[in-house]
Ligand binder design. Sequence first.
Ligand code: KG4
Ligand code: ZN
Length: 378
Amino acid sequence: MSLTGRTFSVNMSAKGRPEVLVLAIETSCDETSAAVLRAPDGAKPGTRTGGTGPRAPAREPASSNEAPEILSNIVLSQDEVHAPYGGVVPELASRQHIKTITAIVGEALTRAGVGHDEIGLYAVTQGPGLIGSLLVGLSFAKGLAYYHKKPLIGIDHLEAHLEACFLEHPAIAFPVLGLLVSGGHTALYLMEEPLSYRLLGKTRDDAAGEALDKIAKFLGLGYPGGPVIEKLGEGGDPRSFPFAVPRTKDRSLDFSFSGLKTAALKLIRENGIIKDSPRLPGFLASFEEIVARTLVDHVRAAADQAQPRSLVLCGGVARNTRLRARFREFARQAGLDAYIPSPKLCTDNAAMVGAVALKRFARSPEMETDLDLDAFAR
Ligand code: KG4
Ligand code: ZN
């Protein structure tokens, strides 16, 4: 079923310009999130006139120098639900999204101080992610868009992570080399212009966050593993355990973290590392250091090949202090500008979904709203 042909309306600001507010929803994994963003001034799409008459032509495309305003960005983590299992349990994740989504969307509107009548556009993460979780957000967003007769845009989760950086730094110079490191993905992209992504390399096995989560789980440290490893490794000497940066045999920019994970498990057994052992901080700091160095090594190789003007680091693992520092160090040496979103915008959140939606909508306000939008896992 499609909304095409129905009447859409976009609210007009006092200056007579369309004022687009987007309500974005993100439920791809274990965070239920909703956000309201206002399109930047001067980056407004063509007005959709009421009725069935011809639509006004699109205005200038969104200026890359302006960022939308985040009016609210509510994130409810399910960490407590999944912690006892040491990882996300997909069935529990979708059930939890169902329980909380109405309240989270309501809270996003309340904090933004707006009602559905002021929302001009709905956006939702379509994938990749856990199908059951994605379907909760997708179905909810379809219901809202259909009922309120507003356009709905399906957004790629990885694109949203990359876009998070532009929310705080809208004028990043292209071409941009982006490293995305999350619990499910580790990949390098070249963005030659806004909203264009060329995959340069990705992980052949575990994602970086997944490797951190698995080692934390093995040691019984809790979930999610990244922040726990960071906290317990504080003060540990990152040179105390001998890890080597893994290399792929070909000259590809693909990552592989399974070898590092196996090396870590071997060191844990050989050295009798357990939750309370005095060598734990040194071990965790060493593991975190090798993960950060491996990631930055790939950025170095990709930068040599692609010659970007700027570097961007994003995804949940980008919250990591050591990785942020190594990334900035490399950028300084290479003479490149480096951008990393503030921590809240690194992990899953709906503001980054709304940001992509506003850019896409500004480019093609005539886009069809398809209620058949389907979730995709990968
Ligand atoms: O982007 P994200 O919220 O969800 C996915 O799309 O996967 O990333 C979650 C990942 C988890 O693996 C978690 O352990 C990791 O981000 N993470 C961190 C930190 N905070 C979250 N890893 C290292 N250091 C952190 N401070
Ligand atoms: Zn994510």
